[in-house]
Design a protein around this ligand. Structure first.
Ligand SMILES: Cc1cc2nc3c(=O)[nH]c(=O)nc-3n(C[C@H](O)[C@H](O)[C@H](O)COP(=O)(O)O)c2cc1C
Length: 174
């Protein structure tokens, strides 16, 4: 296989982004599937590997898989609850990409916001009602509500651009 899209998604956001990534890859020798601990190595020359952000990093199956890849082109993508914070996105990228061995060509990371489960909103609401940290609570509630609209068409379009740039980096854009 030339291109393999692998992803981990709990609530569907990263799965949607993975579909947009897959569709942006030129037609032909490509495949998309969930990344589980049973997925074999050496599936393709170029990987697009997607994750959802869990406490500032991603799940172990992603980190384990990444750390076993050698001689590949590897692009990362993911979703996270936090929006519009380039410094935060950079930290996530660093946390995850650090697991890619040096003998691969790293093609970069695309991140966008993804809606969060309602129980997280309830926590912020409680924080607000208890009167402590209410500035932070309001900010987190605004962020939560903005996240409800993501990933959206604009995110998918940006993901498509990210794929084009990745293709240019590996010199095989057609
Ligand atoms: C247990 C848990 C931990 C999370 N940790 C973070 C985090 O550290 N940073 C962040 O921005 N979003 C965090 N989120 C939000 C998710 O990353 C976000 O909703 C993501 O889009 C979920 O992707 P999925 O639908 O593919 O599972 C967390 C969500 C859960 C449920």
């Amino acid at each position: 296989m030339q291109y393999e899209v692998l992803f981990v998604s709990q609530t569907g956001n990263t799965e949607k982004l993975a579909m947009a990534i897959y569709e942006a890859i030129p037609d032909g020798d490509k495949e998309i599937q969930r990344l589980t601990k049973d997925i074999p190595l050496d599936l393709a020359e170029t990987y697009f590997i997607g994750f959802w952000t869990n406490r500032g990093t991603c799940s172990f199956e992603v980190l384990d898989y990444l750390s076993e890849l050698h001689g590949k082109n590897i692009a990362l993508f993911g979703t996270c609850g936090m929006g519009h914070d380039p410094a935060y996105y950079e930290r996530i990228e660093k946390q995850v990409s650090a697991f890619i061995p040096d003998d691969n060509l790293y093609l970069g990371t695309f991140l966008c916001q993804g809606k969060m489960p309602m129980h997280i909103r309830n926590k912020y609401q409680e924080l607000l009602e208890h009167g402590n940290h209410d500035g932070l609570a309001r900010q987190m509630l605004r962020n939560f509500d903005a996240a409800l609209l993501h990933p959206n068409e604009e995110d998918y379009a940006l993901a498509g651009k990210f794929v084009e740039e990745a293709m240019l980096k590996i010199g095989s854009y057609t």
